[in-house]
Design a protein around this ligand. Sequence first.
Ligand code: C5P
Length: 396
Amino acid sequence: MGELQGKKFILGITGGIAAYKSAELLRLLVKAGAEVQVVLTEAGARFVTAVTYQALSGRPVWTDLWDPRADDNMAHIELGRDADAILVAPATADFIGRVAQGLAGDLLSTLCLAREAPLLLAPAMNRQMWENPATRRNIASVTADGIAILGPAAGDQACGEVGMGRMLEAEDLYEALVGFVRPKPLAGRRVLMTAGPTFEAIDPVRGITNLSSGKMGYALARALVHAGANVALVSGPVVLPVPAGVDRIPVRSAQEMHAAVMARVAGADVFIGVAAVADYRPRESQDHKLKKSGDVLHLELVPNPDILAEVAARPQPPFCVGFAAESRDLDRYAMGKLEAKRLRMVVGNLVQVGLGSDDNEVVIYDGAGRHPVPRDDKHRVAEAIVAHLAAALAAP
Ligand code: C5P
């Protein structure tokens, strides 16, 4: 199931070249299960036409305040009635000015004035327009009215200049919207977590590692940010984008991960160990590449620190959550870890299901027993874990 299943948005599109990004944003929203009604201004329709948005949203686009399709001729009231949010992207300088003034000369601006749903604007304009004192005043006044401004970003502009005013990319707007509609049960909570594998060097080009894509940990970090938490993610080597709003601390070995965690653990409300930490490392790593010979090579391994167990054993430990990826006997091993490491919660999965894949199926173990989370996309599973964590933190 998509992570925006059941959510309804109005996507307003005004006359800017960034409208091509809105087509992509629309596709992402629809793919995630959201219902999106596109409302286009006349100027907006000159850049990308209604045909594109209709095909992508699977529903007719609205432009006209006098559209006879609205039963009672109240499209400006009807359309926004049960929307979770109205996002105008791109929002031109002119449109923002009209919203600031409370003007309602066309369907989209009337809809914004008559709204009950929260309004978000993604400005898109040339650098001088963005910096103009009139625009600055309009932005200040819509912000004071409780309207959220997403972006803009700096960079190349369609007019050939470089500067502030580019509309955010479709993926950034998508992330902002998901974050916006999520409840915030973890607001003000500080979460420290680990994710990914560790790499224990044998020599400059070889090492011991665990198979771990980092996908579950990164999905969890993203869901934690969406729930309002302040997230520091100590991450082993992975090839994943850093979720928006996450403070990532890159490390390589278990010892580096251990040091990074210990340096930040004081003051954390929650610690979550998702990383697949290598249990052993070579006693010494060679400065130069080992050369091949016909002989048997002996590698002496020494144990790595158990980061999670050490955090949980602190005098005043944060709420500690462990992960257990097992190839069999999941209940027994996960429950064993809950007790042995003195954790508050363990999230267990069978490696046959979760490893490297975009889906996962987990069981949450805590003092009250086992709570299965059905197989789903890792982002949805992460949301379920965050909901369970938030409930546990709120319990007396
Ligand atoms: O390796 P093990 O199965 O014990 O891992 C269980 C939990 O402990 C995981 O959450 C893992 O991130 C954490 N762990 C750790 N440091 C280690 C080994 C495991 O934090 N050295």
